[in-house]
Design a protein around this ligand. Structure first.
Ligand SMILES: *[C@@H]1O[C@H](CO)[C@@H](O)[C@H](O)[C@H]1NC(C)=O
Ligand SMILES: *[C@@H]1O[C@H](CO)[C@@H](O)[C@H](O)[C@H]1NC(C)=O
Ligand SMILES: *[C@@H]1O[C@H](CO)[C@@H](O)[C@H](O)[C@H]1NC(C)=O
Length: 378
């Protein structure tokens, strides 16, 4: 949807350029530039990117060098400290300008870029006239939780993306609008998640909480029906949270202090495909039997832990990372309980380097069981 509306905008840029009177040689030149511009964009493969931000930054850098392209149009009022390209009047660029506060946001704005500034406080009314905002980028600022008003975001009922990563927040901002799909809160100083932090956020699909100080997740995430990607890597979790939403496809828990995985944990997450637990404190004892032997999993990363054995995995698994553990034996039975023409592992990549086994320990039936492997590191 976002990509479509952006393509429409590109379309309108081109249309505007082609509306110049045909007998004007300046206009002819402009058309040529427009053609080159559009052709050049597509050549670079940028037509395929889904991120309007990349598109827009690219367009803007182009437009800077051909400033005349929009010199005679205006897109509406714009705060002095920002840039609002008339060709895309619903976007406002205020990033990287040393700002300490949020400038006035005109009501027509949909995409607002405020990242890389020194904004430390936002008052409740900061976005009161900009309720149509779809994207709000506030990452890489100095925001602290006590300086962000409790209702700053509450009226932004169209907001889909909110980026607040790399600030100084101690907790998740209150009253987040339920329309948000993509929420970035990584690189803050969040220590706990409250039960109602994400209440009613039925559309939340991607949640990034990496590099905070979270010790417990509790029930804060369990009723997020659309959540498919959850990143809590680089926190202080001691165990894998057991109340997680059932639709998760990707779960990133690497670089915590996790020692145990709850029994039957993955059976509740039947859609999980990518599970990363690297750089934790996992031992064989902390992993109940058959924990990872579930049919949906495609990638499992258990590298940099303290495992002494290869845990049993499903024959459907395609990528298994076990490097830098203390594994002493190459057990084919962890991959294949039967080996014949119909029974074999789907593993494509297996890493066992940095363990206590060597190539002499590679059993004779291993090549049959792992016949699809593209790379095995021992
Ligand atoms: C919102 O609009 C009203 C009416 O135009 C204006 O008085 C007010 O200052 C605006 N608020 C902000 C935060 O810009
Ligand atoms: C993070 O929060 C804790 C307690 O909430 C506080 O003691 C600590 O100083 C904070 N760290 C930073 C870098 O702000
Ligand atoms: C995984 O589970 C299946 C069925 O639940 C079982 O048949 C298979 O032997 C198990 N695999 C391993 C490696 O233990």
């Amino acid at each position: 949807m976002e990509t479509t509306s952006f393509l429409q905008t590109i379309g309108s840029v081109v249309v505007t350029l082609f509306q110049c009177p045909p007998d004007n040689s300046h206009a002819v030149k402009m058309r040529l530039i427009a053609l080159l511009l559009v052709a050049g964009l597509c050549d670079l493969g940028l037509c395929r990117t889904q991120d309007p931000f990349i598109w827009l930054s690219y367009l803007r850098s182009r437009y800077r060098t051909h400033g005349a392209l929009y010199a005679d149009t205006t897109g509406g009022d714009c705060p002095l400290e920002c840039e609002c390209p008339p060709s895309y009047p619903i976007a406002m660029y205020c990033n990287g300008r040393g700002l300490r506060q949020v400038p006035t946001v005109p009501s027509r704005m949909r995409y607002v870029y405020l990242q890389n500034n020194e904004i430390s406080r936002i008052q409740d009314n900061a976005f009161e006239n900009a309720t149509g905002l779809v994207w709000l980028m506030l990452h890489d600022n100095q925001l602290t939780s006590d300086q962000v008003g409790p209702r700053v975001f509450s009226k932004l009922t169209n907001l889909k993306r909110l980026y607040l990563d790399n600030n100084l927040l101690n907790h998740v901002p209150s009253n987040l609008p339920p329309s948000i799909r993509y929420l970035r809160l990584g690189g803050n100083n969040i220590t706990t998640l409250e039960e109602d932090d994400f209440k009613g956020m039925d559309d939340l699909t991607i949640l990034q909480l990496q590099d905070n100080n979270i010790e417990e997740v509790g029930g804060a995430l369990k009723s997020l029906p659309s959540l498919t990607l959850l990143d809590i890597s680089g926190n202080n979790l001691q165990k894998v949270p057991d109340l997680l939403p059932e639709r998760l496809h990707q779960l990133y828990l690497q670089s915590n202090s996790i020692e145990t995985v709850p029994a039957n944990f993955l059976r509740k997450l039947s859609q999980l495909q990518f599970f990363r637990l690297a750089n934790n404190q996992l031992t064989d004892k902390g992993i109940p039997p058959n924990t990872f032997n579930v049919t949906g999993l495609i990638e499992l990363d258990l590298s940099y832990n303290k495992l002494e054995r290869i845990p049993p995995v499903s024959t459907n698994l395609q990528h298994l990372y076990l490097q830098a553990n203390q594994i002493k034996e190459f057990s084919v039975g962890s991959f294949c309980t039967v080996v014949d023409n119909r029974h074999y592992s789907n593993l494509r990549v297996l890493r066992l380097d940095g363990n206590e086994i060597n190539t002499d320990d590679f059993p004779a039936e291993a090549p049959l069981c792992l016949r699809l492997a593209r790379s095995i590191d021992i």
